[in-house]
Design a binder for this molecule. Structure first.
Ligand code: SF4
Length: 217
């Protein structure tokens, strides 16, 4: 199969496996999604979902979160990795949203990426999942699977995002990034497979015998 054929085949497979993929991070609105995504860095969504009910009860809006303050935020999110840095970023970004954006989460990449702790991947998740604007956040699962499926060289996450955006229609990006993550978590984990076991790789690469070596982000 050619690269575009592989991409089309994967897209149809994933659409039938995950017809309506849910957003894995619990949230109430765009602000709480932004905070949840920031908290999920180097941490599982499950752990984030354990601390956010209390955090969002006490800090449901940017103003309330700012008033809650860094120390109280830290107490709530302490079970997560990098909690000190994350508490600092959540307090500061809440203050900036109130002071610089009239209390509204900015709807642009530039606005989002100007907030502390918000990089391109976090901004892409918020653009996609909160605002429905086409984006293709590339996390470690997507970076790995794109290489195993021969859709990107895996030179960098920036390159992977560029490659996938070229191969998939823009209307599919928002669902597709979630579908790839679900497939990665369920079937195609970092250690459990070498690229020769399940139906996707055997369809894409029927003659593959050597394990796939992939580049980490
Ligand atoms: S064969 Fe392995 S690497 Fe390929 S899609 Fe299936 S689980 Fe992933």
């Amino acid at each position: 199969m050619k690269k575009q054929e592989r991409a089309d085949w994967v897209r149809h497979q994933l659409a039938s496996l995950y017809p309506d993929p849910p957003i894995p991070l619990d949230h109430r609105d765009d602000f709480t999604l932004l905070v949840a995504v920031l908290l999920s860095a180097q941490c599982t969504d499950k752990k984030v979902n354990e601390v956010t009910p209390e955090l969002f009860r006490l800090g449901p809006t940017p103003a309330a979160m700012r008033d809650l303050g860094e120390a109280a935020i830290l107490e709530i999110i302490r079970p997560l990795g990098l909690s000190k840095q994350k508490a600092k970023h959540v307090a500061k970004l809440s203050e900036m949203i109130v002071d610089d954006h009239d209390g509204m989460v900015p709807r642009t990449f530039a606005g989002l990426e100007s907030l502390p702790g918000v990089g391109h991947k976090t901004a892409s998740v918020v653009m996609s999942q909160a605002f429905g604007i086409p984006a293709f956040p590339v996390d470690t699962h997507i970076h790995r699977l794109a290489q195993r499926w021969g859709l990107s060289s895996g030179k960098s996450v920036v390159q992977t995002e560029r490659d996938l955006k070229k191969l998939f229609p823009e209307t599919s990006w928002n669902e597709l990034h979630l579908q790839i993550i679900f497939y990665g978590r369920e079937h195609c984990t970092a250690r459990a497979c070498d690229g020769t076991k399940c139906g996707i790789c055997t369809e894409l690469y029927p003659r593959r015998v050597k394990p796939v070596v992939w580049n980490k982000p």
